[in-house]
Structure formats: C-alpha cells, structure tokens
Design a protein around this ligand. Structure first.
Ligand code: SAH
Ligand code: SF4
Length: 363
C-alpha cells in the first residue's frame, strides 16, 4: 500500500461525496462519465492507491490525480483479536500520527463495524475512556470512510461482506456534524459502497441542535441517544453535557425527530452497579420514555482505568429490564464484545498508549 502523502495541499479523494468529486473533475474539464468511473474504482473495485487507477481511467486524468490528489489510507498501529474470535479491534494511525479505534465484529455471518468520528471526545462522560482523553481533533469525512474501507478489505479476503455500520467508536458524531454526514453520504451512495441506510446507526450523547438538524435533513440513519440517567442531576453526574442540554430539551428534540421522521429511537443506558441500575431509576426512565417509539439498549459498564465503577450484575440487569417492560418498553442487553481486548470505546488506545502497557506497533 502506498504511504499517505504528507503534502496536505493534495485533495484526499475519500473526503468527497460523489457530487463534490464531480465538481472537482468538472473544474478540470472532465464529465460525469469520468467521475463515475473514478467513483466505481474507489468504492466498488476499492483500489488502494492512485497507481492502481492505471488502465481504469484516461492516462491524462490519472496523471492529474497523481499531481493534485491522494488516497489517504490509515496504517495499522496496533490490532487485537478477542479470545472468542468474534472481535477484531484496530488502532489506525492517521497521516498526522493521531490514532483512532475501529472495531470489526463478525457474529453469525453478520459483520458490523464500529467506527470513530473524532480523535478523542470533548463530552467528558466520566466512565468512557475516550471522554477521559479529551478532544484531540475532528476526523475528516475521508478519515471516517477509510475505516470502513479498511474493514471491507479485510472481509473481502474471506469472501464476507459488511452489513452494519455503527457510529459508536471514539468521538461524538453530532459534534462533527458536517464531516460525519458527508461520510454517511459516501457510505450509502448506490453506485459505491451502497450500505443500506437501515444498517447504519449513529449514536449521540444528546447534542440537541444536531438531533434537530438530523430530523430536518432526513439523513438515512438510525438514531441512538445515550441517556445513562433519567433525572438531570443523575445524568449530569455521568454525562457532563447533560447540564448544557437538560433532559426536557433533549426529550423534546427526540420527540421532534421521531414525529418528523416516523422512526424509532434507540436509547442507550450504560449500567453501573449501585449508580444507575436500581428499580427506582428504571421506573423514572420508564416514565420518561413512555408513549414514545423507543427501544432501550442496556450496556453493562466496561470498566476503564479512569473510573472506579463496576458493571451491574446479570440479576440487576434483568430486574432493570423487567421494570422497563412494565412500561411497554422493549430492551436489549448489549454486551460490549471483546472485553478481553479493551474493546470498549477508547479503551484500546488508552491501553496501547499508556507507557506501562505499551505494545509495539505493527509495521
Ligand atoms: N459519543 C457517542 C458515541 C460513542 S460512545 C455517544 O456517547 O453516544 C457509544 C456508546 O458506548 C455510548 O452509549 C457510551 O455511553 C457507551 N460507552 C462508552 N464507554 C463505555 C464503557 N466504558 N462501558 C459501557 N459503555 C460505554
Ligand atoms: Fe464522548 Fe460518547 Fe465517550 Fe461520552 S460516551 S465521552 S460522548 S465518546
């Protein structure tokens, strides 16, 4: 694979949705026919370097692309496989040295990739390894898309294909709205990767203006909202941005989204023993969501170095779900697969880059 060019004035072709790619080529005097040929090479054939375009496009166009553009692909900085074989966690190094996490889960023939939208995160959720790092920078659309291309490359080797994409890796997607949505446009494009919109889920900590914008723009994704607390006080203790967007504003934005888009919303609740897993808290959550087209995903805490909490016991998880069911709320337990390889959000990066436990980089 060609190393990522360091010249930042080059256009990274993965940053451009098809219309923008067309505009770029039109400016150089090339028609939509050439745009489509290039698009097919990038996302159907999935060439890994500009050199691989030889023979696929006009030689003059390939020469221009070599001069003015690049295909920026991340390098594998570290990778780990869970003992059950289902989870493959990658720490991918960007051209500026930043590392981000991408997790491939292959379960019963249905491959899912969990991708990052930022290096680090500004939202500061106390139990989250990414939140404990703070925000380093936003990812570009191409850096988001390249994570998917990396795993489709891995899956192709074994004849598998990608089914689901979850934007639940490092970062808050609605804090990097434009780049995230451009990446979604690229991923769903019918003449490219063509990931079915039903198979993309975006998870947000509850950035209210972003939820409203998503409702107005009708992006083809499922929405998941991380709650973790059903009163402002309890939520803010775990999710500091709860102070900025209190629950009444957040729930109003969710209702606006679900009425406008006629879509079910998923709510995520990380269960922490003795903190937010009591029957009383489940009742408050039940009342908060009652009447909405909602589904609750409960995730037993994946312990992180920077937070002292423990996951709820299986009995508490079941009791919590039973209370929700009494409000007519369906729920599913989401085990964070690959706990043995630090596969929680931001945990592999924290483990690899913590000097005490550092692991040599793969070439
Ligand atoms: N920023 C977005 C998406 C990334 S986090 C969000 O917060 O929704 C994806 C999900 O993983 C969130 O619900 C988050 O609360 C949860 N999560 C993060 N760290 C976790 C941990 N250590 N254990 C369990 N769930 C965790
Ligand atoms: Fe950011 Fe999501 Fe982690 Fe909160 S849980 S710090 S929003 S990545």
């Amino acid at each position: 694979m060609q190393p990522a060019p360091s010249n930042t004035s080059l256009v990274n072709l993965y940053d451009l949705p098809r219309a923008a790619l067309g505009e770029l080529l039109a400016g150089w005097g090339y028609s939509a026919f050439h745009r489509d040929a290039l698009w097919g090479a990038l996302y159907r054939r999935q060439v890994q370097s500009l050199d691989a375009l030889d023979g696929l496009l006009r030689p003059e166009l390939v020469a221009l692309l070599r001069e003015r553009a690049c295909l920026r692909r991340p390098a594998v900085h570290h990778e780990a496989f869970s003992s059950d074989g289902y989870t493959h966690k990658l720490l991918l190094r960007q051209h500026d040295g930043q590392t981000i996490e991408t997790v491939l889960m292959r379960f019963k023939g249905r491959a899912t990739v969990c991708i990052s939208t930022q290096a680090g995160c500004a939202m500061g959720c106390v139990f989250c390894a990414t939140g404990q790092m703070g925000l380093v920078r936003h990812l570009s659309p191409g850096e988001i898309v390249a994570q998917v291309l990396h795993v489709t490359g891995i899956l192709r080797e074994s004849g598998e294909s990608l089914r689901n994409i979850v934007l639940m890796g490092m970062g808050e997607p609605l804090h990097n709205y434009e780049a995230t949505m451009e990446a979604v446009d690229i991923l769903v494009d019918h003449s490219g990767l063509s990931i079915g919109p039903r198979f993309i889920t975006l998870s947000t900590v509850g950035v209210v203006p972003g939820i409203r914008r998503l409702a107005d723009e009708d992006r083809p994704v499922h929405l998941a909202v991380s709650l973790h607390g059903a009163t402002d006080e309890e939520r803010a203790a775990l999710v500091p941005v709860g102070k900025r967007w209190p629950l009444d504003e957040l729930m109003e934005a969710c209702r606006y989204y679900s009425e406008k888009r006629k879509r079910r919303i998923f709510f995520e609740w990380t269960l922490i023993a003795g903190k937010n897993d009591t029957a009383e808290q489940a009742h408050v959550l039940g009342r908060l969501l009652q009447g909405m087209d909602a589904h609750v995903n409960v995730i037993p805490l994946n312990p992180t170095v920077g937070y002292g909490g423990a996951p709820s016991s299986p009995e508490s998880v079941r009791a919590f779900q039973d209370v929700l069911a009494s409000y007519g709320l369906p729920s599913t337990v989401r085990q964070r697969r690959g706990i043995d390889i630090d596969a929680g959000c931001g945990q592999l990066k924290a483990a690899v880059e913590r000097p005490r436990r550092s692991v040599p980089a793969t070439p």
